[in-house]
Design a protein around this ligand. Structure first.
Ligand code: FAD
Ligand code: SIN
Length: 530
């Protein structure tokens, strides 16, 4: 089955939806999304969106906080665009119908790690859910937008998929859409588009413990890599310092906004240990807090550290964090009185598909925005609540760019249908489940918060072997969602490890005990895999 559209958007989180709403003014939009349409990292975002709103805040301050958190690997031009265009995008969200928390008539501004000012716009502690609700409602109203739920993109369509001699006419890689598995009907459909937007989100599921829901399997990065796009900075995986200990899978996040509100991290001796690690103590940037917790746990042999809110005004805590309060109560923890046991978990991928300031990837016709992309904004470590902001700013920039360059669009040539001749339905699904679990364990044990050359090399050898097995299985088996995800998880794990081995220093989120120092003379540059 073939579906033709002007814009194909892969993913229905904040990035995909925001782009789709803008692009729908120019032509038809098909949004392809893996599960139910709200299921995304966006839907679980808690803390909020960073933006210069307060009278006494400045662009320079937000820019400097972002650059500093990113260990100065951030691209200054991207950061300036992010920060300066932020307030306008917040206004647009409000126009679309997002109900942010207010203090009187003004927006209530929270504080998070690494920020020198209160600048986090939020909807209580369920910001993402509110943003997702409003964007989905706006998308549903638009006659040009069609949503395809339970549709899993398998691979991007490029000149490699052209029929016969047509291939010769293209000497650069161009994207005309994607092959997509309709998981309900069990058929692979060909989605053809003049412009494709990759907005498939993050890759937390590559790790055993993660805050990310099960959709976050790095599909976009893997698809783009297979199609030949540039990928960068994959070694910079952010571990959120505070997820509720033993809360299941995914790990339940205790927002950084809780520390912004005054909560203090303590070790088993009750010590405010972060004071020993950074002048900002519990509100230091995430890489520093996560590494400090890791060091405290290794030193003490404990399973967790605790967050202490007992000195804070209890009604105010309940009002600001109703979702976190309720969820912890289910674990018999009253956060206004009891110490909250927390551990770090994989949270965010700072690297991804390389784009320019307009969201264009190195493949023509293919854009990327949101967590799947590497716009240069985050450098070696993302500043808290800059992710939702990045998605808004760069989705909007991409929409402006496609409008300006409509006349340069490359028409869709004749594309071959999905070819699965010679493949069979397998009943060996235990292999898929086992390999997924094995990769997650390897990544957690060897490619986590603290790395070394021995661990990275050992991880690479094992992941290479699994990748080979997955490839063999893939070419003789009819695709399923599980197999598509496993293939992508294996690919992304490989990219993270290789990037980690390439960087011969420690910077931001990448800490290697064999190269503990930061080496600005040689390594103040992105790790690019072509
Ligand atoms: P997502 O929102 O993850 O959307 C990706 C979409 O792509 C989904 O619809 C998914 O189903 C779809 N998809 C994936 N693969 C395929 C495929 N193969 N085929 C079809 N569809 C596919 N950031 C902040 O700035 N502030 C916060 O307060 C904050 N809190 C967070 C709390 C949690 C618990 C988590 C997990 C993240 C948080 N983040 C926060 C990070 C932020 O939520 C994400 O980086 C951001 O939402 C990513 O948006 P996105 O649109 O790029 O991806
Ligand atoms: C949080 O609420 O702590 C998450 C914020 C983020 O990931 O930016």
């Amino acid at each position: 089955m073939e579906i033709k559209t002007d814009f194909l958007v892969l993913g229905s989180g904040i990035a995909g939806l925001f782009f789709a709403i803008h692009a729908a003014e120019l032509g038809t939009v098909a949004i392809v999304t893996k599960k139910e349409k709200a299921e995304s990292n966006t839907n679980y975002a808690q803390g909020g969106i960073a933006s210069v709103i307060a009278q006494d805040d400045t662009y320079d301050s937000h820019i400097e906080d972002t650059m500093k958190a990113g260990a100065y690997l951030c691209h200054r031009d991207s950061v300036e665009a992010l920060v300066k265009e932020g307030p306008h995008q917040i206004e647009e969200l409000i126009d679309i119908g997002v109900a942010f928390t207010r203090k009187g008539t003004a927006l209530d501004l929270g504080k998070e790690g690494g920020h020198s000012m209160h600048r986090i716009v939020h909807a209580a502690d369920l910001t993402g859910k509110e943003v997702e609700r409003a964007l989905l409602a706006r998308a549903a109203e638009h006659p040009n937008i069609t949503m395809y739920e339970n549709h899993v993109a398998i691979d991007l369509i490029t000149e490699h998929h052209l029929f016969g001699t047509d291939k010769k006419h293209y000497n650069t890689t161009h994207c005309w859409g994607a092959y997509v598995l309709d998981a309900e009907e069990n058929v692979v459909k060909t989605f053809l588009a003049t412009t494709t937007m990759l907005a498939t989100g993050g890759a937390g599921q590559v790790y055993l413990h993660t805050t990310n829901p099960t959709i976050a399997t790095g599909d976009g990065v893997a698809m783009a890599h297979r199609a030949g796009a540039k990928i960068a900075n994959m070694e910079f995986i952010q571990f959120h310092p505070t997820t509720l200990f033993n809360s299941g899978s995914p790990s339940f996040l205790i927002s950084e906004a809780v520390r912004g509100f005054g909560a203090i991290l303590r070790n088993a001796d009750g010590e405010d240990f972060m004071k020993r690690y950074h002048p900002m103590a519990s509100l230091a940037p995430r890489d520093i807090v996560a590494r400090a917790i890791d060091a405290e746990l290794k030193r003490s042999g404990d399973d967790f550290v605790t967050l202490d809110l007992s000195h804070l005004d209890a009604p105010a805590v309940r009002e600001h964090f109703p979702n976190i309060y309720q969820r912890c109560l289910r674990h018999s923890i009253d956060i206004t009185k009891d110490p909250v046991p927390v551990v770090p978990a994989a949270h965010y991928s700072c690297g991804g598909v390389v784009t320019d300031l307009n969201g264009q990837t190195t493949i023509s016709g293919l854009y990327a925005c949101g967590e799947v992309s590497m716009t240069g904004v985050h450098g070696a470590n993302r500043l808290a609540s800059n992710s939702l902001l990045e998605a808004l700013v760069f989705a909007s920039r991409a929409a402006v760019h496609v409008r300006e360059f409509r006349e340069k669009i490359v028409p869709i040539p004749s594309i071959g249908p999905w070819d699965d001749s010679g493949t069979i339905n397998s009943d060996e699904w235990v292999l898929v489940a086992h390999d997924r679990r094995e990769i997650q364990q390897i990544m957690w044990d060897y490619v986590g918060i603290v790395r070394s050359n021995i661990r990275l090399e050992r991880a690479l050898r094992r992941v290479e072997l699994i990748q080979k097995e997955v490839r063999d299985f893939y070419i003789r088996t009819k695709v399923t969602e599980g197999l598509i995800e496993l293939r992508n998880i294996a690919c992304v794990a490989d990219l993270i490890i290789r990037s980690g081995l390439l960087r011969k220093e420690s910077r931001g989120l990448h800490y290697n005990t064999d190269f503990p120092a930061t080496d600005d003379a040689h390594w103040l540059k992105d790790t690019v895999i072509d």
